[in-house]
Design a protein around this ligand. Structure first.
Ligand code: C5P
Length: 236
């Protein structure tokens, strides 16, 4: 996918990190046409959010169930088939070769795109070694990015700081989706390594995932519009 072909407004993915479908629907109403793309993670997904995802897709929005799947191949493949039937646009899986292969099989020729999570950003080298890995974070991220590309995975989730390096490895064939975005002056919360929307786009990100800076803004719609403006400026 060539990044230049993605409309600037479709590059902002708002994370609906909310506890209930009712609170998510209220937020979606407030955001109106300012947001075209929503991410639904564990919190909302396990509270009825996947039914909401189907409704959103039916109403013309794009949806990204952030389910970070990982299981035996057959289970992953069948699960991905079900997510494809929701009408979702993106789905995350962990970047294990068997899992990625099964996910690509499960999405088949549907319009669903599979994103691989290379190494969770909360992991450092010590965490990987404690979990039994030989490689450190940067080597494992690179190895998994290459495996993802070879297996036909559609994109990668990474911190914005990894985006430029990953772009060099995978070229423009894969989408890069980056959380950890904070407009200048916004509280960082628990995110340690953040970038502004403009810098993340300049580093090579195709899509930006933004949660709290929109969810917790006094005026969420104005916050989303300001991010759109910054994305458009970075692309100009
Ligand atoms: O509120 P905030 O903008 O930090 O939300 C970022 C979203 O992206 C959350 O839904 C979080 O789970 C997700 N995410 C992340 N870092 C990753 C992967 C996903 O923050 N490495």
């Amino acid at each position: 996918m060539q990044p230049a072909r993605i409309a600037p407004r479709d590059r902002l993915i708002v994370a609906l990190d909310l506890p209930s479908v009712a609170s998510a629907e209220a937020m979606i109403d407030r955001l109106g046409d300012a947001v075209t793309f929503y991410k639904i993670g564990y919190q909302l997904g396990y509270a009825g959010g996947l039914i909401l995802a189907k409704q959103l897709a039916g109403s013309g929005k794009k949806v990204f169930p952030d389910l970070k799947m990982h299981d035996i191949g057959n289970t992953v493949m069948r699960g991905v088939e079900s997510v494809a039937r929701l009408g979702a646009t993106f789905l995350t899986v962990h970047a294990y070769p068997q899992t990625m292969k099964a996910a690509v099989e499960g999405r088949g020729g549907s319009s669903l795109k599979i994103l691989a999570v290379t190494v969770l950003t909360s992991y450092d080298d010590d965490d990987l070694h404690a979990a039994g890995y030989r490689l450190g974070v940067s080597d494992l991220v690179e190895a998994r990015a290459r495996q993802a590309q070879a297996l036909g995975v559609d994109g990668l989730v990474s911190s914005p700081e990894e985006a430029a390096a990953l772009r060099k490895i995978v070229g423009h064939q894969m989408s890069l989706v980056t959380p950890g975005i904070r407009p200048a002056g916004a509280p960082t919360g628990d995110q340690k390594r953040v970038m502004t929307p403009g810098r993340a786009i300049a580093a090579g990100a195709d899509y930006l995932v933004v949660g709290r800076p929109v969810m917790e803004a006094a005026d969420p719609k104005a916050s989303a519009e300001a991010i759109h403006a910054e994305i458009a400026q970075a692309l100009a």
